[in-house]
Design a protein around this ligand. Structure first.
Ligand code: 0RA
Length: 656
């Protein structure tokens, strides 16, 4: 994308000019998804990140300490910082105020500041002019030179030249925008989504204070404010995400250095769990698909720990050898939680969601940094080093035991060799794109679902009772669980992680909609969570591809004579009662206690029929926040779980 305004002369040649014309803000409004990812809730929140990122850049340059984000009562967003203020003087080439150029020209963000390179930036790094283009109204104010300057825009077009509107003794920038509801499918901001990102930004950029305020009154008429500030940065971040787990030792292994011009910051903790949780960032962007920085980290971890064990733990290794157990890379990462944050001047983002770092030079830089720092740590902390090695040996032993268990289970299974589980009522279609698998709580609801479904594209797998809590058991228990084996054999894949020989091959998935269908009660919600935890820890790609859903069965049936209505909320129930002339004894309100109480036809009409049903798609807004929440919901510590459930019950249709 080039830095050219949308007012280039029109001509009929398909030359450079024509292409550049398309790069104006009109192009952003024509194809918004190309610039901000999508036009749904995700893209809507992206507007805030894009705006805040400019202030973060100003902070990283050393000129800004406070950023205030406010959700207005009218769902506008205001971002105020105390930086130097965007320059307002005339831009030599454009003959416009620099502020106007920043606000109306694509990619003009860091153009005036030659001293520092722009390291922050939203996922798409498109600049605040995109936010402007996608807002029905935007107001920019700059506090600078003792004056307040202002310009307003509609759909990215200035309403007047930059003007002075007052005086001030402060410096900084204030941006307020109202997202365009003709572009976005929703313009209602979610506090939690913004809070998770602001918390993350505060951890990633130690020393910056970010406040988030929601002016929309809640049920009790109250507004809400939180301040995010981290003195210790990643050290605090890793303690926070791993806070619900029990640690091998209390230390955070911390690295903060620069190698080959790449600033590298890493914090590591070891817990007594079985999963690997690495959260990696490049220029404050969560690289969920990993990349070269992660490669370098893993390589250094494996090599350094291996060398330490070879030099210091000969006896233990001999024992392993006797039992024909070889340590593999993943054994070094069991129970490891890490946050990796690096800054790259010209990042190359690859992969399906453009969140995989491709710069090859980064692997070596990170490997060197981690290799040196970790070797030092191990030498200086023999007790902690012993605990890590002990854990690695246990992991290797358990992994070999798990493989044996799985092989035994597969041999025992009459369906070994690609067969499908006996409980599965499969669909006739073989096209994954149109096929749906319902994971149904209980055999009786499973029966109704089998009768009610459209067998052409809907398959049913009944699950008896609660599935295993994978957060709390060793891998082999996961492989041995009947219900979990039924799920992955029905899906046509095997359980695994990225480096595992049984890595998930998503091209083999037999269904592209996997729909969890449980009762609308506490047990049902618990089963939803257990199944989501399984997918999050063992088949995260299924969620990332958008294949996991939750069905929403109705809560009530309101009936009078031959009229009836299904209701999903208390409000709908009241409305239906009113419509039918109020509560006389001829009126019947049935509360569905479970799916089993619905007959096959009702279940089809309300919950399974694509024409009528509402599916909730399971998404990962923020991987670090999800890690924290899953480990908390499934962990041992009761008080935080109770608090979370009490706070969120009203969103979840749970009646306890
Ligand atoms: C370039 C130069 C200067 C400030 C900024 C950019 C700037 C941009 C934004 C966007 C949001 N908040 C911001 N704060 C500052 C100042 C150059 C100078 O004063 O010499």
């Amino acid at each position: 994308m080039s830095e050219v305004a949308d007012s280039m002369p029109q001509n009929n040649n398909y030359g450079a000019n024509s292409i550049q014309v398309l790069e104006g803000l009109e192009a952003v409004r024509k194809r918004p998804a190309m610039y901000i990812g999508d036009i749904s809730e995700k893209g809507l929140h992206h507007l805030v990140y894009e705006t805040v990122d400019n202030s973060i850049d100003e902070a990283l340059a050393g000129y800004c300490t406070h950023i205030e984000v406010t959700i207005g009562e009218d769902n506008s967003i205001t971002v105020v910082d105390n930086g130097r203020g965007i320059p307002v003087d005339m831009h030599p080439k454009e003959h416009k105020s620099a502020l106007e150029v920043v606000m109306t020209v694509l990619h003009a963000g860091g153009k005036f500041d030659k001293g520092s390179y722009k390291v922050s930036g939203g996922l798409h790094g498109v600049g605040v002019s995109c936010v402007n283009a996608l807002s029905k109204h935007m107001t920019s104010q700059v506090y600078r030179n003792g004056k307040i300057y202002q310009q307003e825009y509609e759909k990215g077009k200035p309403l007047y030249d930059v003007k002075e509107v007052g005086t001030t003794d402060k410096t900084g920038t204030r941006q307020q925008f109202w997202p365009d509801d003709t572009i976005f499918t929703t313009t209602i901001y979610k506090y939690e989504i913004l809070a998770n990102r602001m918390r993350e930004l505060a951890f990633l950029n130690a020393g910056i204070t970010i406040t988030l305020t929601d002016m929309r009154p809640d049920d009790e008429g109250k507004t809400r404010t939180e301040t995010f500030y981290s003195k210790d940065g990643l050290r605090e971040f890793v303690r926070y995400v791993d806070g619900n787990r029990t640690h091998l030792f209390d230390d955070v292994i911390y690295i903060n250095t620069e190698k080959q011009g790449t600033p590298i910051e890493i914090a590591v903790m070891y817990n007594d769990g079985y999963s690997e949780n690495i959260h990696s960032y490049v220029n404050n962007i969560n690289t969920i698909e990993g990349g070269t920085h992660l490669q370098g980290f893993r390589m250094a971890l494996t090599r350094t720990l291996k060398k330490y064990a070879d030099d210091n733990c000969k006896r233990d290794l001999e024992k392993l050898e006797k039992n024909h157990i070889e340590i593999s890379g993943e054994d070094f990462r069991e129970g490891l939680t890490a946050v990796i944050s690096i800054k790259v001047a010209e990042p190359q983002f690859e992969g399906q969601t453009k969140t995989k770092l491709g710069n090859s030079e980064v692997a070596g830089a990170v490997q060197q940094a981690v290799g040196e720092a970790l070797a030092n740590y191990l030498e200086e902390h023999p007790t902690e080093a012993q605990r890590i090695v002990g854990k690695v040996i246990l992991a290797a032993t358990a992994r070999v035991a798990a493989r044996k268990a799985r092989e035994t289970v597969q041999r025992k299974s009459p369906l070994a060799g690609g067969g499908l589980p006996g409980k599965l009522a499969d669909c006739s279609s073989k096209d994954p794109a149109e096929s749906e698998l319902f994971l149904v709580e209980g055999d009786s609801a499973g029966g109704s679902a089998k009768q009610g479904r459209d067998r052409k594209f809907q398959a049913i797998l009944p699950l008896r009772g609660k599935i295993l809590n994978v957060e709390k058991v060793m891998r082999h228990r996961v492989y041995e669980s009947d219900a979990i084996r039924d799920i992955y054999t029905a899906l046509g894949v095997s359980v695994g992680t990225k480096d595992d020989p049984d890595a998930l091959d998503t091209s083999k998935l037999r269904y592209h909609k996997i729909i969890i269908m449980t009762d609308a009660d506490v047990d049902g919600s618990h089963i939803d969570t257990l199944i989501m935890t399984f997918f999050f820890r063992f088949m995260r790609e299924v969620i990332e591809l958008g294949y996991l859903y939750i069905a929403t069965p109705p809560l009530y049936l309101v009936k009078k004579g031959n009229k009836q209505q299904y209701c999903w909320t208390e409000q709908q129930r009241q409305q239906a009662i009113e419509e039918y002339g109020g509560n006389d004894k001829n009126l019947k309100v049935q509360r569905y206690k479970g799916l089993g109480e619905m007959n096959a036809e009702d279940l089809w009409e309300t919950t399974m029929n694509p024409e009528n049903r509402t599916l909730r798609q399971v998404t990962i807004e923020n991987a670090a926040a999800a890690d924290y929440i899953f480990s908390m919901l499934m962990g041992d510590d009761v008080p935080p779980r109770r608090e979370f459930i009490e706070k969120n019950a009203k969103y979840a249709n749970i009646d306890a």
